[in-house]
Design a protein around this ligand. Sequence first.
Ligand code: AMP
Length: 497
Amino acid sequence: MKHTAQPVQSRKLTHLSRMGDDQLREECGVFGIFGHPDAAAITTLGLHALQHRGQEAAGIVACDGSTFHSERRMGLVGDNFNKQKVIDRLQGDMAIGHNRYSTTGDTVLRNVQPLFADLDTGGFAIAHNGNITNALTLREELISSGAICQSTSDTEVILHLLSRSRKRRIVERFIDSIRQIEGAYALVSLSNDIMIGARDPVGIRPLVIGKLGDSYVLASETCALDIVGAKFLREVENGEVISITRDGLESHRPFPKRPAQPCIFEYIYFARPDSIIDGRSVYDVRKQMGLQLAREAPADAEVIVPIPDSGIPAAIGYSQESGIPFELGIIRNHYVGRTFIEPEQRIRALGVKLKHSANARVIRGKRIVLIDDSVVRGTTSQKIVTLMYEAGAKEVHMRIASPPITHSDFYGIDTPTPKELLAANNNLEEMRGIMGATSLAFLSIDGIYRAVGYDKRDPLAPQFTDHCFTGDYPTTLTDHNEEGNEPRQLSLLSEVM
Ligand code: AMP
């Protein structure tokens, strides 16, 4: 099923006007464990391993069977969940956690997950990776019928839908609720005697199941299982709901069966290279992307230089295929966060400078191939090409191990509005000029599929969510307009942190 961005509905959202502090987009990491005496400590470790998926805030909710204990903090897991007394407060043998990543506006504590609500069935906590593409529409309906929204998070609508469901069991209510939402979701949630996980009907965002002794673990990526020593059991399938109780694990299939369409960007950028997605090592796939790139776009050069860290596996693949030596010509300062975390363009530009330094000795006087995984706004490539020339490079051949990003994302990876996307507004030669590179080439969409072992042109082969490159959105986009990722704004409340 293919969708293009829908025109925004004409209804006027007068009471949902401007929101100063946040918008409904984020990429995140989720983790949960059921039936382990050190549930909170293990969740902390899991969130550590998923830190690359979100660095703005982190939260854990634990439950001891009757009482829920919550700690939600701004900043990194290691800075906030580093004291025994914090972990000790999070009592209970079940816990869920969340790393939050929001790239526009400020993150405020009320949006930090897991979100929690008291329902007539008891307490319920939920952590979400993805983006609900009809959240604003649902929110409007909920508010019109008397709901009071406490956050601006799209995830909150799930709690409202749960509380309104007439079903008796919590898992039935959960299913009732997710049947009403659209878009991307990998969810991990907790009541006082059940942990529930779910993936949206096409499985856009990842979620895996592991086992640690007798305890079940749910996590965004396998690297979070590895850190706690859990055994990988399997992925939660697209459209599957998993419930875990003292009696074990149960699988529910509330949606009609359809082919999975996971997000290709997990392979390109988001997932950690040591994670395994759909049986493939992310690291190996990224190397294959570099290898395909070397075949599609060779360059007459002396050194292959990755933009660290995201360009490293592809650069290794490019080097192996081309026979041109690989050198660390750029050193990354690991104490500066990811470029995207700083919401404003001018800060982001500064962030790039802080983050990367030239290792001039391997660059000076050389014709180099510079490799990155992707170009979004073009900020990183422009800065790094300049850095390379300043360090004495003779020629800089820019090679990107994914296709040009021409369309916005609405599913939680937050590529910006088309007007900010370099490739949506410039042709290849213009992009090369803007970057100041000697030459520029991107991996083709066929090349990306080949790197994963699939054929984009074979109608029977598995497909990915690849709308960033193709404009084919796998779900309806009720809240969004054709201009791109400009969700309608929320209330007038702006909070000072
Ligand atoms: P830009 O500088 O705007 O062109 O962004 C490209 C850089 O950001 C590349 O080095 C990527 O590794 C990284 N990147 C790509 N997609 C994302 C994303 N959704 N969030 C954060 N960083 C990203």
